[in-house]
Design a protein around this ligand. Sequence first.
Ligand SMILES: *[C@@H]1O[C@H](CO)[C@@H](O)[C@H](O)[C@H]1NC(C)=O
Length: 255
Amino acid sequence: MARNLVFILALTSLCIGLAAADWNILNKKLKNGAASRLKNYCESWRINVELNNIKEFEVVPQECVDYIKHYMTSSQYRADSERAIEEVRLYLSSCCTLEGDGKDAWIFDVDDTLLSTIPYFKKHGFGGEKLNATLLESWMEQSKAPALAHTLKLFHEIRDKGVKIFLISSRIETLRSATVDNLINVGYHGWSSLILRGLEDDFMKVQQYKSEARKRLTKEGYRIWGIIGDQWSSVEGLPAAKRTFKLPNSIYYLS
Ligand SMILES: *[C@@H]1O[C@H](CO)[C@@H](O)[C@H](O)[C@H]1NC(C)=O
């Protein structure tokens, strides 16, 4: 008898649950149609940036700035980044026959891979304003960018395997000491080389400059097991790494 009652109660609450869910969906459609269409639009803009279908955007669409700001400061952004890092770990656990001859290499981006520029963008329109290089560089000069905690952990795990770490950044050469200070202050140390953009690289697109840097490494005999970066320009072009990993970033696009 008691068991029947429990069953009936369970069934009743299930029906109420279904009805409530249904009512919610209808309600959303009727009342929040415009808001939910905007959310869908902005999420599909964001995901298409990540898929590299949307290229070379100069600003985040004005109506999506709030959405992107919300995403880039959300636990979802953190979870997405952590998942990417977890996939790197999975790959590293079986990918590579490390030779231990000092020629195994891994490449990291700097901004929004090792260090976060979100504090800067919080103050400067969150992608809704055209990037002002002068302002961004003077912020970088202060060496106050926080680390992305999950990447920091991965950085040391890779280093502890005896893999040489190369940092290839589109930051300009004059930011070298500020960048080194910033990296060390937040816990990075033991990289093999920090490659920054010199005057001679200025005429090149970021993608070409980063390819050229990899070309030099492979000429020196390095085996590039992987790259992790937040920009497609860090992973596209030849020579290719064995695998590449993309972290989310829908605030700016470097080509
Ligand atoms: C960048 O910002 C500075 C300081 O606000 C301003 O003087 C300069 O004109 C800006 N540059 C561009 C290209 O907008």
